[in-house]
Design a protein. Sequence first.
Length: 368
Amino acid sequence: MSEDNILTPQGWIRGRLLHQHGKVTRIEGRPCDPSENDLPYLLPGFIDLHVHGGGGKDIMQGFDAFETIARTHLRFGTTSLLATTMTAPPEEISLILGQLGIYCEQRQPGTARVLGVHLEGPFINPGKLGAQPNFAHTAVSAEIEDYLRLAPIRVITIAPEIAGHAPLIRDLSSRGIRMQIGHTLGSYEEGVAALEAGATSFTHLYNAMSPLHHREPGIVGAALAHARYAELIPDLLHVHPGAMRVALRAIPCLYCVTDSTAAAGMPDGEYKLGSHTVTKCLGGVRLADGTLAGSTLTMDQALRNLVKIGLPLAEASQRLSQFPADYLGLPERGRLQAGSWADCVRLDRSLTLTSILVEGEAVDFQNA
């Protein structure tokens, strides 16, 4: 077995990773500086907490789409993910959540692990829909409890300025659900109050939220001043590299997501995003009016983009693996050490994927 530059929580190790029954048993080797050799890199598998689709399929299309999406993203190094819903009528959301509840119970061979659900709508501000369909409404406990019975909802995006949302943020966060601020016209003060009530992150930072102004800091200002966690789309289209650097400097555990659509891994053309039809062209996905509508980003490209703007490879990896795992409270994922899941990506020196391991299973992604 050949050696790799293995990224561990303690730093780089030149050696070999051993695993059994889906878990890392030990890492053999010695500390190293990867710049002093030409060996491949072995990194933790990517964890994407915001996935709407991929491979031509959208989460809101139901059970038959889930495996295609999970298989598509694994090809690009995402070993686990959150299936992310769109704003829709409650009966449609309930139908999809019921199907996701069944799908999340086991992982099919050759697919990424679906860790649960990110409920991105419908509890958002109708004045800041972005590419979300116009079915936003105020959250009520009974509706949320119905959803929680159907699927393992890990993350809920919510607009904190909507009357009645503050007590729900407090209650749900106390029960371990990650409440994220997003699709919001809230003020800086409302953002800070939401964080104090238990909100823990911001959905696609900068996008679909009140911007930073020096006299009205907005939700972006609340995030930059106070957040420990926030998600960001590093496709170099949603956020300017300069704004990315600001967020990376201000938010200690900023983690990256794709916000990927059915167009991810597919050629240019028209695809579904919830009830919308979107068009992929020129590297982006847009509604007919030109509004950005999710992305075509994959996590391996996210890694390359972070390195391109100046992050060391180890830090770029952290923001794609360890930090999202930490955010969800999953210490056995997002890092390579004894006892962790054997989720790994091997990359050559140009950061091109050459092999993938998900829960100890070697994936023949190049012939998928």
